[in-house]
Design a protein around this ligand. Structure first.
Ligand SMILES: N[C@@H](CCC(=O)N[C@@H](CS)C(=O)NCC(=O)O)C(=O)O
Length: 216
């Protein structure tokens, strides 16, 4: 059965691959599962038809027969559980990879999003200049810890996994800030993720939507 996912009709990320349908596209490419993509406008995302799929009116969603999922982490985990390639067979290794998925979403991504919000949405606030360095330090702290754990390894726990997919995508949002380059180990880790054929294919597909929307 071909799953259907939703993605932005017009992504606000200027074709950088940051919208979270990218994680789902990438996971599907890694396991060789084709999908259909239904594009939704910001307006449509807040209408009852989409809210029935996603309680918070966001993308991505994932439909496969009777199953409807939201939350990129849950969707990627579902894909990884149904297809070989993104989770190890050994039960303990599998649990550790799932822990890395949670770490990407719960521990590493939040300060990165906070930084993006501080730069994009809070710059005109009277307290913005005071707050920004604090937020940057919180990101740096996580990057230092992650970099120390990754060390010389290519991936977080053995072979490339769903944990790396989620972590690389969370880190990608930092690229324009230059902060990733302060941590060469992590910059190389992200570059390894981006170099994967499945990532490139997913990026190309998402970018094609962005280009088509902006050509109109
Ligand atoms: N935790 C959710 C976050 C989903 C999310 O923030 N989606 C963004 C696009 S990347 C969105 O739909 N933003 C529009 C909105 O919130 O109105 C996930 O990982 O799927």
């Amino acid at each position: 059965m071909i799953p259907v996912i939703t993605a932005f009709e017009r992504s606000p990320d200027r074709g950088q691959g940051l919208a979270r349908d990218m994680r789902v596209r990438w996971a599907l490419e890694e396991v060789g599962q084709p999908c259909e993509v239904r594009l939704v406008s910001f307006d449509a995302m807040k209408q009852p038809a989409h809210l029935a799929l996603h309680p918070f009116g966001q993308i991505p969603t994932y439909e496969e027969g009777d199953l409807v999922l939201f939350e990129s982490g849950a969707i990627v985990l579902h894909i990884a559980e149904r297809h070989p390639g993104l989770l190890p067979d050994d039960a303990n290794a599998r649990a550790r990879v799932i822990a890395w998925m949670f770490a990407a979403l719960n521990t590493v991504e939040p300060p990165i999003l906070e930084l993006a919000n501080a730069k994009l949405l809070e710059r005109d606030k009277p307290w913005a200049d005071e707050r920004l360095p604090l937020v940057e330090d919180r990101v740096r702290n996580r990057l230092e810890q992650l970099s120390a754990r990754l060390g010389d390894a290519d991936w977080l726990d053995g072979a490339f996994s769903a944990g790396d997919l989620m972590m690389v995508h969370a880190l990608l949002r930092l690229k324009p800030s230059g902060m990733l380059d302060e941590f060469p180990t992590l910059a190389a880790y992200v570059a390894r993720g981006e170099a994967r054929p499945a990532y490139r294919q997913a990026f190309k597909a998402q970018l094609a939507v962005f280009k088509a929307a902006h050509a109109r």
